[in-house]
Design a protein around this ligand. Sequence first.
Ligand code: 9MR
Ligand code: 9MR
Length: 583
Amino acid sequence: MKNTILLSGAVASLLITAMTACNQPTLSPDTQILANQIGFYPNQEKVIFLDTALNASFSVFDQNGKIVLKGQTGQSKLSNSNRFRTPVDISELKVAGDYTLKIGGLDYKFSVKDDLLKDLAVASLKAFYYQRTGVAIDEPYAKEWSRPAGHLDDKVMIHPSAVSKGRKAGDIISSQFGWYDAGDYNKYIVNSAYTIGMILSTYEIIPDYFANQNVDIPESSNNIPDVLDEMMFNMKWMLTMQDPADGGVYHKLTTPSFEAFVMPSECKQQRYVVAKSSPASYDFAALMAMASRIYSNEELYGDFSKKALDAAKKAYAWAESNKGTFYFQFKMNEKFDPDVTTGAYDDINESDERFWAATELYLASGDENYRSDAVAIIPNCYKTSTWGNLASLGQWQWIRNAATGNEADKEIGEAQTKLLQQYADSLVDVALTTPFATPYGGSPMNFHWGCLSESCANPAIELSRLFYLTKEQKYLTAAIENMDYILGRNPLGFCYVTGFGVNSTKHPHHRLSEADGIEKPIPGFLAGGPNGGKQDGLDYKTDDPELCFLDDVNSYASNEIAINWNASLVSLTALIDYFSQSK
Ligand code: 9MR
Ligand code: 9MR
């Protein structure tokens, strides 16, 4: 039955009187109510779920105790973990305010407001500030999470795997700044390039949203959007990872093994740059070319743009003549000492990295050679990106370029838009079938390492991009549904972002949060999410992939945080917040 807004006429009131007169089933007091714990936008879909099967009427009260909406539960669906989920659709409530839902004898409080995700958008970007290496994280910006500088990286050693003309094993270079990758303290080129590429691609869609955002970082008072300052902090480090002898880019800067859970200033292990790789070099080339376009204002950024484009061309040229130079940590350790056992970001398919790089180099330079490299390997299907498969970063640029490019480019862009549309439509269709009525979460395959970013937020970013192009509401609605999932509309009723919601990640696998002696985790970080792979060997007490999550500091398979996952959160919150304003 369709919900009925009270005050909408005599017929509606009669109907409501009839409904309330019926005997209503009551819910057990421990029934979970599963919903976005931050709330809802006035003009967007609003659905709250019950963790059980129920057919009943409900009422929504405003703060004065007045009934503002009455309705009936929707159809219950069975989930993978064999539980019924029942939707309570309150979308017709369109006035900002604080409300109470009453159903089956239970109360649930929620708010409806504009700018709903504004604070989350700021916090998810501020998270990058907390990850900064080589500088003190100061009290005025960081509050209780301030800390002294660590990992100055002014004496980084050339690992024997990274030897080249002019740099022998054991030589010392400076490779300062940049962010910690994740829960660990290392810095990885592949993931850095991907992270910034994702965020800059969002910046390009809604630059005015970011121009108005104050993240409260040391650079906040300059004339540059905070997001561009924060990305620059890591790009400056990335530029030091290019071997001046030949343009190739070191795969990572790392300690031989992961540090203990201690603060950065207590870490003493020697740090190394290790082997150059072609995927890292292509990723670096792509990002630097992209940044050369976005940071082209010389008054604001000096000669960064020229330097970045030059670095991009050299990295691409190196990768072209060293195709297939993959990072095989195991093989590297057989040949060289010390052994390195930290994150590998190993990827043995580089055609997507090459495609992204050639695309960005073409857009930045106009050089036809890059264009033909890109066009020769342009994908014929569209799927959202991950750190290891980031073709859609390039495909999206062709789509954007359709509006301004020449006829031939326009044709390519339009063909790619069709592919994006097919992909987005498939996501919208899936949402009709899943227990939480979200595109994400219907299949056990959805729950893997980093899934909330890669399979939940990232598809939602593609949906938001298509909404931006078409203004078709169904795409934005589906994107918001996945955001709802992250923020509590899920089997565990859990909000997977630190510092937000009423029941959220408190013990992320994050050295900075764990070692600082502060009870609250650093806010604004997205956890990897439920992961049926259980690679950390912990006892999850269940085999249902959608439930394989532990808010435990040792759970690196489900509860780590990472810059690329936060790039998804930054992008999705900003896009949704921008597109959902009713003003
Ligand atoms: O802390 C490490 C985390 O950042 C990685 O994602 C994870 C997988 O590579 O490894 C974590 O480190 C663990 C290591 O692999 C095994 N010993 C325990 C370490 C800390 O929990
Ligand atoms: O995000 C990465 C995930 O896709 C891989 O399955 C996993 C194991 O190789 O590694 C993840 O990346 C980790 C990186 O290697 C080291 N820093 C922490 C990252 C997040 O767990």
